[in-house]
Each structure stands twice: as C-alpha cells, then as structure tokens.
Design a protein around this ligand. Structure first.
Ligand code: HEC
Ligand code: HEC
Length: 410
C-alpha cells in the first residue's frame, strides 16, 4: 500500500515549498508504514491553508489598492455599507458578532455611514476586501486596503439579508461591479474611469492593463476544475496555479513575478515574493471546490433525460462538451469561430496566450448566468437558441426545451 504517499506537490510549486512538501511526504512515508491517514491529513491541512489564502490573502497588493489607487481614502470618506452592497460587495454574516447582527436588525447600526464600512472591514466581514484599521484619538481610521481572490470568486447565500450571508467560495460574484469600484480611485484620469465604468456587473477585463484594449469577460466560477488541465476561457495555463500567479501579480498587484513569453509579458512587483509560496495550497483549495449540484426541483427530470439525448445526438454538443467535465479541453482547444460569442471586437482569444478557446466545462452551469465569455447569452435558452441558429441544427421547440432542462441538471 502506497496510498499514503500518492499525492505529489504540483509541478510548479516554488522551490522552498516543494522541498518542504517533499520533506513532509518523506516523513509521512517513514511514519505511515501503509496507512493513508497522514497523507490525508496533510492534504486536508494544505486545502485549509489554501482556503485562508483564497479568502484573506492580499499578497501585499495594498501597494496597488492603497498606495497607487488610494481607495482607502474613498472608502473611509464616502462608501457606506448600502453603497458597498449596491456595487455587489458581500458581507460574511459569520464574521459579525451578535451585537452587530442585532444592530443591523433593529436599525441601530447605521448602514448609511462610511464609519460602519470601516467597522465591517475591521471585523474582516467584507468578502474579498481586507482593511488595516487603526484607532487614533478614539476614532477608527482605515489605513490600508487590499483585495483577495474571494472578491470576484466568492459570493454569499443571502441568508441574513440580500448581500449578507454565509460564504460560497468558488461561486463567481456576478453582482460585483469591479470596474465601478476601481473607478472610485482619485488617482485615475477621466478616460480610464470611463473605460472601467463601461464593464458592468459580473465582468472584469483581466488584460486591459496589459494590452490597453477594453472588452471585459464574465467572472467564471473557480469550482469544478479538478481534472481539467486547461485553465481560463482560452486555456492559457495547464494548471490553476499558472493563472493564479497571473492574477495575483498582474491584476491584483501582489508582490511577486509573472512571466509569459507568449504574451511578451514579464511583470515584477516589489522586492519580495509573497505569491509563489502560496500557489500550491491555493490550487489545492480550488481543486477541492466542487461544482454545486442543481437544487432539488429546479428542473424536470424526465425532460432532462430527453435533453441528454439531444445533447449527445441532434444537438452535437457532446462532440466538444465531452467526458465527465463536459469539455474536450484536455485534448484540444478551438479556433475563435467555434465560440458563439465570436466574431467580436477586439477578439478575446486574440489577446490571450493561445489565441484559441477552451470548450467551457458545464458542471454547475445552472448557477452562473450570463453565458459565454462575453456574457452575451443571458439564459440557457439563449445559449441553445444561438447554437441552433448558428450551427443550423434544426432542433424542434421541444428538443430545445429538453436540452435546456438537461443543462440545468448538470
Ligand atoms: C477582479 C476580479 C478577479 C479577481 C480578484 C480574481 N479573479 Fe480569477 N478570474 C477573473 C476573471 C475575469 C477570469 C476570466 C479570465 C479568463 O478566463 O480569461 C478569472 C479566471 C479565473 C480562473 C479560471 C477559471 C477557469 O474556468 O479556468 C481561476 C481558477 C481563477 N480566476 C482563480 C482566481 C484566484 C485564485 C484569484 C486570487 C489569486 C483570482 N482568481 C482573483 C476575475 C478575478
Ligand atoms: C465546436 C465545439 C462546441 C460545440 C459543438 C458546442 N460547444 Fe458549447 N462551447 C464551446 C466553446 C469553445 C465554448 C466557450 C465559448 C465562449 O465562452 O466564448 C462553449 C460554451 C458553452 C456554454 C457557456 C458556458 C459558460 O460557462 O458560459 C454553454 C452553456 C454551452 N457551450 C453549451 C453547448 C450546447 C448546449 C451545445 C450543443 C447545442 C454546445 N455547447 C455545442 C464549444 C462547443
């Protein structure tokens, strides 16, 4: 039995972490003598570490959000909780002490005061935003602010109130308006603000600050990616850590380096590396996030079963959306014309490292409208109608409806 030693550090793990992991595995191998408990415990610890990073680590990106963009000034002066909720920020109800919960219920906590936002930041209750709050002369001052992965890739279940509830990690925040949030910065010129304000809810352009072009994409889920070796809409990386390094450094402004010869891109922030050592745990956490199952009663099972036949037959969907993850991404990528969102200007594929598209995985697809990388299909009905027309599939109305039911069941 070698199961206790079965897992190896991801190939891109940074030197020190890799050495530590290997040492840990060696120790486990000596100690376990056939038991898989140690390896399982070690894996669980890595996933837990990754969860903390995903939720709370800024990688030192305060350099961008505070020192360069000065967002702490705006938040402290003008962003009350109602404004924050209106641009899609979420509040983690589990981080609120009972007195605050009661105060929100009975109205004694003022949701129209920026000071309340600062108090929420002090409690670490704003999903994906981290503040450093210092008390000066009895007043809480927001000194620094940074963002984490959870900003875009987590939402909450609204169990307390709209925008306030338990965290749902990996669920894309489609209410978030990242462009409008960044545009609050007093450090940006009018043209940049106009570009940022054009993005809209649930969208972000992760290449705008690299190539200067402006066309955002829909924030995708960070769940359901185990077993998929092509990451991003365009399959730029063979593992999650590739793209995490890109985002952490190039978009969030974390301290570290990202180099991509295919994009002629090399970015280094700061003189220390606060990114590389965290990537293995961060990746392990995301790989542990399963796509959410369709809610019971949300689709007609008999119609979905008929729709499966359309998916595999007359709809020809399974020719690309194949295998357990409903993608052929591990085998091939597709020319731009295979995306129902193309042609578009500028083409998102043309701005990527591969210039191609990955067939999107479909597990949990019910959860995250709108669809296609540009969000141009509002519903799964729109998706099916688009394919039917563009590929001249000639599906009947019943076949289209059944196919939608099937997609809703995945
Ligand atoms: C400002 C919003 C934002 C932040 C912050 C952000 N992302 Fe993303 N993320 C995006 C967008 C937009 C894409 C789509 C890019 C693409 O596919 O070309 C994406 C893509 C991804 C993907 C690829 C999903 C797939 O289907 O292949 C993963 C995984 C991911 N992000 C994880 C992370 C992690 C981990 C962090 C923190 C290091 C992070 N993201 C921070 C917006 C964000
Ligand atoms: C030729 C390959 C191919 C075929 C055939 C195909 N797809 Fe796709 N599918 C893709 C690619 C590539 C994307 C990503 C396009 C984009 O985002 O621009 C995609 C995206 C999608 C999405 C959006 C997922 C998301 O997260 O936004 C859905 C839903 C979908 N396809 C369903 C279907 C259905 C239903 C059929 C059959 C009627 C089908 N596809 C046929 C390649 C294909």
């Amino acid at each position: 039995m070698r199961t206790c030693c079965a897992h190896l550090p991801p190939p891109r793990a940074n030197g020190v972490v890799r050495a530590l992991l290997l040492a840990g595995i060696a120790a486990a191998a000596t100690a376990c003598g056939g038991s898989s408990d140690d390896a399982a415990a070690e894996q669980a610890a890595l996933v837990e570490q990754g969860k903390q990073i995903f939720r709370f680590d800024t990688f030192g990106d305060e350099a961008q959000w505070t020192d360069a963009l000065r967002l702490h000034e705006v938040i402290e002066a003008a962003v009350d909780p109602l404004t924050a909720l209106s641009v899609g920020l979420k509040v983690d109800a589990d981080a609120l002490p009972p007195a605050v919960v009661e105060g929100i219920r009975n109205g004694s906590v003022d949701l129209k005061s920026p000071a309340t936002t600062v108090a929420l930041l002090k409690l670490d209750a704003v999903v994906g935003v981290r503040g450093t709050v210092e008390t000066a002369g009895g007043v809480d001052r927001l000194r620094r602010v940074g963002i984490t992965c959870a900003l875009c890739h987590s939402t909450v279940d609204d169990s307390f109130a709209p925008g306030i509830g338990k965290r749902l990690d990996g669920w894309p925040n489609r209410d978030l308006n990242p462009g409008a949030i960044i545009a609050l910065s007093p450090a940006l010129d009018a043209a940049t603000k106009t570009a940022l304000n054009s993005w809209g809810n649930g969208k972000f352009d992760p290449r705008h600050n690299v190539d200067g072009l402006n066309k955002p994409v829909v924030i995708p889920p960070a769940y359901g990616l185990a077993g998929i070796q092509r990451i991003t809409y365009t399959g730029d990386g063979s593992e999650i850590a590739y793209w995490n390094r890109y985002v952490a450094v190039v978009e969030m402004g974390g301290l570290g380096s990202f180099t991509e010869p295919r994009l002629n891109l090399s970015v280094t922030h700061g003189t220390v590396d606060l990114v590389s050592g965290k990537l293995p745990a961060l990746q392990a956490y995301q790989l542990s996030l399963e796509a959410p199952a369709a809610p019971a009663g949300s689709f007609d099972a008999a119609a979905a079963a008929r729709g499966k036949l359309v998916f595999e037959g007359a709809g020809r969907c399974a020719t690309c959306h194949s295998g357990p993850h409903f993608t052929d991404g591990n085998e091939r990528l597709h020319p731009p014309a295979d995306s129902m969102a193309e042609p578009e200007t500028p083409s998102y594929a043309s701005r990527s490292a591969t210039k191609l598209y990955r067939t999107s995985p479909l597990r949990g697809v019910w959860q995250h409208p709108p669809y296609f990388h540009d969000g141009s299909a509002a519903t799964l009905d729109d998706v099916v109608a688009r394919y039917d027309a563009r590929l001249a599939l000639g599906l009947t109305a019943t076949q289209r409806a059944d196919l939608v039911r099937y997609l809703k069941s995945l």
